[in-house]
Ligand binder design. Structure first.
Ligand code: DX5
Ligand code: ZN
Length: 235
C-alpha cells in the first residue's frame, strides 16, 4: 500500500492581492491543505494575517476540498482560538513556549471543534508530547526558525522527524489513533524525499510552490507540484 502524503502550501508566499484565486489554483494543481501562518510581531518578528482573512478564504477552501491548517506563532494563544474556530479553521497548532497551560490550550482547541497540534521549534525538545499525546492530532516540526518564508532547511530536523515518527508509531500501535506529522520550512523537490523517509507525512511548502508570486498564469504551480509528487512517489 502506498503511503498518504499531504502537501500544504503556505499562503505566506502567495500573492495576497489575489489570495482566493491563488488558493483555488494551488489546490487544484494537486495539493491538499491551506497552511495559514499567523504571526504577531511578539512571539516571532513578523506580522501577518488573522481570523478576518481566515474567514475570507473559508468558502473557497471548502469548495476545493482543502482543510485550513492554522499555525499560530503568537503569544498568548488562548484568547484567539475561538475566533479562528469561528473563522473556519480545521486544524489549529501552537508553540508550547507560547502557552502557559499547554494541556488547557489543547482542550480549548478541541472544544471549539478543531483538530489540535503542537509545533516544535528547531531547538525545542519533543518532551512536551509526553503527557498529552491523547490530545494531539498533529505534530508540526519546524525546520527553520519561525517568522519568515524562504529560509533554508535545517538538517537536524531529519533526526528529530525520526524521533517524532517513532513516538507517533508507538502511540498509534497502542491506541489505533492516527496523528499527522508535518514539517515546515525550506521544503523543496530536492529534499522532500529525505524528509518523507525520515517520517513526515504532511509537507508545508511556501517559497518552493509560489516561486513566481506575481505571475498571473493559473497553472504555474503545476510543474513544481508535479515535481514534489513525483519525488514522493519514489519513497
Ligand atoms: C515560517 C512559516 C512557514 C513558512 C514556510 O515561520 O511557519 O510556514 O511560510 O515557507 P517556506 O517553505 O518558504 O520555508
Ligand atoms: Zn507555518
Amino acid at each position: 500500500m502506498s503511503k498518504t502524503f499531504r502537501i500544504a502550501p503556505s499562503i505566506l508566499s502567495a500573492n495576497f492581492a489575489k489570495l482566493g484565486q491563488e488558493i483555488e489554483n494551488v489546490i487544484k494543481s494537486g495539493t491538499d491543505i491551506v497552511h495559514f501562518d499567523v504571526m504577531d510581531n511578539h512571539f516571532v518578528p513578523n506580522l501577518t494575517i488573522g481570523p478576518l482573512v481566515c474567514d475570507a478564504i473559508r468558502d473557497i477552501s471548502k469548495e476545493v476540498g482543502a482543510l485550513i491548517d492554522v499555525h499560530l506563532m503568537i503569544e498568548p494563544v488562548d484568547r484567539i482560538v475561538p475566533d479562528f474556530a469561528k473563522a473556519g479553521a480545521n486544524i489549529i497548532t501552537f508553540h508550547p513556549e507560547a502557552s502557559t497551560h499547554i494541556d488547557r490550550t489543547l482542550n480549548l482547541i478541541r472544544d471549539n471543534g478543531c483538530k489540535s497540534g503542537l509545533v516544535f521549534n528547531p531547538a525545542t525538545p519533543l518532551n512536551y508530547l509526553d503527557y498529552v499525546m491523547d490530545k494531539v492530532d498533529m505534530v508540526l516540526l519546524m525546520s527553520v526558525n519561525p517568522g519568515f518564508g524562504g529560509q533554508k532547511f535545517i538538517p537536524s530536523a531529519l533526526q528529530k522527524l525520526r524521533e517524532a515518527r517513532a513516538r507517533i508509531d508507538a502511540y498509534t500501535k497502542e491506541t489505533g489513533r492516527e496523528i499527522w506529522l508535518e514539517i515546515d520550512g525550506g521544503v523543496n523537490a530536492q529534499n522532500i524525499v529525505d524528509i518523507a523517509r525520515a517520517g513526515a507525512d504532511t509537507f508545508v511548502a511556501g517559497n518552493a510552490i509560489f516561486t513566481k508570486g506575481q505571475d498571473s498564469d493559473p497553472n504555474r504551480y503545476d510543474t513544481v507540484v508535479k515535481e514534489l509528487r513525483a519525488a514522493l512517489a519514489t519513497v
